[in-house]
Write a protein that binds this ligand. Structure first.
Ligand code: ZN
Ligand code: FE
Length: 255
């Protein structure tokens, strides 16, 4: 299925995304950290906007919405569970719901943990998942509202997607995430190599997102609590995956 995916840097380290269905020309915007760069990206391509998909209620993901809608009226989609603290929604969704964008269809996943009610949008026809502050490049969102076990459940839902899925996360945190990841998974050759690539990309001012799920599975410690090397480093050989995940999250908070 023909489609285009555009990554838009916003604010100091946020990302918004545009997904365009090539058949119908319909465009979805995922998160709205800042209006100006988003409007510029639409204008540059002479695109209209059909939908806005909101992942969670934090200001740095919604604050540009009103301004964008003035120039680009669109249907606003967000989590029903969060409707009380999101901008006005036209469509309120929950896990398992589907959102249609021309010939493409997004499936909604509840990926609570960073916040309760955080959703991800998985578009199988474009092999892309918009994860914002749940699964991030080499990391996962800080647990402002949820418990580690809940975030681990959310990670497992995303781990079950096809491994060639493109993971579109919400922030450019990858370089600091890499430094931390190496402390819990120091022998991982794939991680060492990715870390070097990240340093090179950032030195050239290039984004390190989106990333492939297969890459995250091989290198992101938050998807690897079952890994023997990580367990040996943490001295947690007999713990459950959820316990190892919680320990990794705790160490990251204190890193
Ligand atoms: Zn957030
Ligand atoms: Fe954020």
């Amino acid at each position: 299925m023909p489609y285009e995916l555009i990554t838009i840097p916003c604010l100091s380290d946020n990302y918004a995304y545009l997904l365009r269905d090539g058949t119908s020309g319909k465009v979805a915007l995922i998160d709205v950290p800042e209006a100006a760069p988003i409007k510029a990206a639409l204008a540059e391509r002479d695109w209209t906007l059909d939908q806005v998909w909101i992942t969670h209620h934090h200001d740095d993901h919604v604050q540009g919405l009103g301004d964008v809608l003035v120039d680009y009226p669109a249907t606003v989609v967000g989590a029903r569970a969060d409707a009380h603290r999101l901008p006005d929604l036209d469509v309120a969704v929950a896990e398992g719901d589907r959102v249609t964008l021309g010939d493409l269809e997004a499936e909604v996943f509840d990926v609570s943990g960073h916040t309760i009610g955080h959703v991800a949008f998985y578009v199988a026809g474009a092999k892309v998942c918009f994860t914002a502050d749940s699964l991030m490049a080499l990391g996962c969102g800080r647990l402002f509202e949820g418990k580690p076990a809940q975030m681990w459940e959310s990670m497992q839902k995303l781990m079950a997607l096809p491994h060639d899925t493109v993971i579109c996360s919400g922030h450019e945190y990858t370089a600091s995430n890499a430094k931390f990841a190496l402390t819990v998974d120091p022998q991982n050759a794939a991680l060492i190599s990715r870390s070097n690539d990240i340093t090179a990309a950032r030195a050239e001012g290039k984004p390190t997102v989106p990333s492939l799920l297969s890459t995250e599975l091989a290198t992101n410690p938050f998807l690897r609590p079952a890994d023997a090397g990580i367990r040996a480093t943490l001295g947690m050989q007999t713990a459950s995956d959820a316990e190892v995940f919680a320990e990794i999250r705790k160490r990251k908070d204190n890193f």
